[in-house]
Ligand binder design. Structure first.
Ligand SMILES: Cc1ncc(COP(=O)(O)O)c(C=O)c1O
Length: 371
């Protein structure tokens, strides 16, 4: 495994007597991450609308609102439904929502229940949204998605005005634009240029909306890797999600420090039959498969140089250098995931602790609400 970290995290303190594999969140770290991101947004004079796809947890969403978030971002209608049911009343689904069929009825119900905004990047989607909410009391607010270089979804910034005007003729209410700078995740050096791309794309999108005769009030930007740079005009809100827990991917690109990892997977050593490795009870069913043979599939701070080198469904292969002591069968080790979001979606609950003290268990409320 190639070591690409400037500084490895320390092994976290965990409560004893854990049944594994388990997802543990250190509340002190999570609270500090929430506070730090809120401060960053507030100091920049922009609103924070955290993306809840990372934690999918009503309790953590409440911590984010209590810290000053202006609302939340969801990735699916299902996530929005779960949080709306729990009392969250201002939700932006930052996704090119297709509101045909049953999903159209769900969008309509959400729109009638809370302040809902949805993403829009095409005329057919606008038709479906307009049909879904036809005859409701208020117009549905939409944000035009523009592509700032990630090449995923979103119209060209200069085309935002045309789409917004079309949406308005259908009775939708275009209030601005949003973009996601996914290319800021690529490396340490990619973050700042991706931030420039997103700010520039939003500038162009707002100009295009104005040229179409509209008065945009929202310019919504991503993301954990770019958040430190993107809180500047014309951006009005930031939508980072992963900052709440962080992960090895964020550590590699310098988007967090080694003390900012809020979630570890506790896993038990179940076999030392093969020399120079131990097997832990966390495989792809626990960690997903984000990683590679060269980057590893999760970092184990308790073992010097320790990464999971390979995963089967229920087996994780932790290589241990011959000169190092091997963890014993029955020992519990903490694994920092490469990418935390899919890991959370594999667990029913998060075990909440502060150091060795076990505090609570919180359900992953929106787990599996994928559409
Ligand atoms: C549209 C959108 N907004 C915001 C985010 C949050 O960014 P991050 O995961 O870097 O915190 C994502 C993440 O995938 C996203 O897709």
């Amino acid at each position: 495994v190639t070591e690409t970290l400037l500084e490895r995290p320390a092994a976290p303190l965990l409560p004893s007597d854990l049944d594994t594999p388990a997802a543990l969140i250190d509340l002190e770290v999570v609270r500090a991450n929430i506070t730090a991101m809120q401060r960053l947004a507030s100091a920049a004079g922009v609103r924070l609308r955290p993306h809840v796809k990372t934690h999918k947890s009503v309790e953590i969403g409440r911590l984010q609102l209590a810290a000053g978030a202006s609302g939340i971002t969801a990735g699916t209608v299902g996530e929005a439904e779960v949080f709306a049911k729990a009392g969250f009343d201002d939700i932006f689904i930052a996704y090119p929502v297709w509101a045909g069929g049953p999903r159209g009825r769900r969008v309509r119900a959400l729109h009638e229940a809370i302040r809902l905004r949805v993403g829009l990047d095409g005329a057919r989607a606008a038709d479906a949204l307009a049909t879904a909410v036809a005859g409701t009391r208020r117009p549905l607010e939409v944000l035009i998605e523009v592509d700032c270089g990630a090449g995923r979804s979103g119209v060209r910034p200069a085309d935002a005005g045309d789409l917004a005007r079309y949406a308005a003729t259908l009775g939708l209410l275009p209030i601005g634009a949003f973009t996601y700078p996914g290319h800021g995740d690529a490396s340490r050096d990619a973050r700042e240029p991706a931030s420039r791309d997103e700010v520039h794309a939003l500038e162009m999108a707002l100009a295009s909306l104005r040229a179409a005769g509209l008065t945009p009030t929202v310019a919504s930007a991503g993301s954990t890797p770019t958040a430190a740079f993107s809180g500047r005009p014309p951006v009005t809100e930031l939508r980072p999600g992963e900052y709440v827990f962080n992960d090895v991917g964020k550590l590699r690109i310098g988007a967090c420090g080694p003390g900012d990892l809020g979630l570890f997977v506790a896993s038990t050593v179940v076999s030392d039959a093969v020399p120079d490795q131990v097997i832990v009870d966390a495989g792809t069913k626990t960690l997903g498969r984000e990683g590679s043979e060269t980057l590893g599939y999760g970092l184990v701070p308790a073992v010097r140089g320790g990464f999971l080198r390979r995963l089967n469904e229920y087996h994780g292969y932790l290589s241990v250098d011959r000169a190092e002591p091997r963890p014993k069968v029955g020992d519990v080790v903490a694994i920092a995931p490469n990418h935390v979001c899919p890991v959370v979606n594999l667990f029913d609950e998060l075990i909440v602790h502060e150091g060795r003290q076990l505090l609570d268990r919180w359900p992953v409320d929106a787990r599996g609400h994928l559409g």
